[in-house]
Design a protein around this ligand. Structure first.
Ligand SMILES: [Zn+2]
Length: 292
């Protein structure tokens, strides 16, 4: 599932594909829960508009248009936003991919039934596709100053996390520290991968009661978050399931993971097998020796 680094990498690569370009035509699939704005309305209101700015807010992308409207994009679980002409096996459904020879898998992507949004521009340059096999992604076109409950309930961006902020948030809370890190109202952008990685670097077990995390440990968790998020952005994010960058390339951070989805593998510090535990229906990974 794309988290802050994957969304930020998407933002950086998507910016030159969107900003300054005017939409000539919009293609969508039929209405579904993917579209918070009905697709017919989206097609009508986006046509002729020029993109002026692309921001990231937590795990959301927010594109500002020349009439002030804002296009909200969320990658959900399996969302992929990319330019035309790219190729990746991750852009093929497993059945289609399996039926193709390796050289055929590398042919440029052709829009399929999972390509829910497709933007063509007046300059006839590369198109932009938003593909999502499971449709947990979201698209919404908001009027310039319309309030957004989704954005308003987000806490500060995880890249600005500080030990002080974390300590104030965890103090007196009975919830497990891992659950609090995933709470987007507390800190926007962190999901399962980077919460597990940051807790490992901080030496704090994900199951620890938040109320028993010290100020010093909160500093260490904030440092851990900065380290893993920034390194992941540098390496193009994590491509563990469906994520690809807008240029069709995989991220490379998954090879640097220390605990996430490494159950049973030796800890990189002490060689103890990495353990897995379920917290709030999400799996958490930790070293039983290094994390207390
Ligand atoms: Zn260890």
């Amino acid at each position: 599932m794309p988290e802050l680094p994957e969304v930020e990498v998407t933002r950086r690569q998507l910016e030159p594909l969107l900003v300054g370009r005017r939409v000539a035509r919009v293609y969508t699939t039929v209405p579904s829960y993917f579209f918070l704005t009905p697709p017919a309305e989206l097609r009508r209101r986006l046509r002729g508009r020029r993109f002026e700015l692309l921001e990231r807010i937590g795990k959301y992308l927010l594109a500002r248009l020349d009439n002030g409207d804002r296009l909200l994009l969320h990658l959900g679980m399996t969302g992929q936003i990319f330019g035309s002409g790219v190729a990746s096996v991750r852009l093929l459904s497993s059945t289609v991919g399996a039926a193709l020879k390796p050289e055929e898998q590398l042919a440029a992507f052709q829009p399929d039934k999972h390509t829910h949004l497709r933007l063509r521009f007046e300059d006839d340059g590369p198109e932009v596709f938003f593909r999502d096999a499971r449709k947990f992604g979201k698209v919404q076109l908001m009027r310039s100053n319309a309030p957004s409950k989704r954005l308003e309930r987000l806490g500060p961006d995880a890249l600005s996390a500080s030990g002080k902020l974390l300590f104030e948030a965890v103090r007196g809370r009975k919830a497990k520290v891992k659950s609090l890190l995933l709470d987007q109202a507390l800190l926007a952008g962190v999901g399962n991968i980077y919460a597990d990685e940051a807790l490992f670097l901080a030496g704090v077990r994900p199951t620890r009661s938040a109320a028993r995390v010290t100020r010093r440990e909160c500093d260490a968790i904030a440092r851990g978050l900065h380290q893993v998020l920034e390194r992941s952005i540098e390496t193009g994010g994590s491509s563990i399931s469906d994520y690809v960058g807008p240029d069709g390339r995989d991220g490379e951070y998954q090879s640097e993971r220390r605990v996430y989805a490494r159950r049973g593998e030796p800890c990189s510090t002490c060689a103890t097998p990495i353990a897995r535990v379920v917290i709030g229906a999400r799996s958490s990974h930790y070293c039983p020796r290094c994390q207390r």
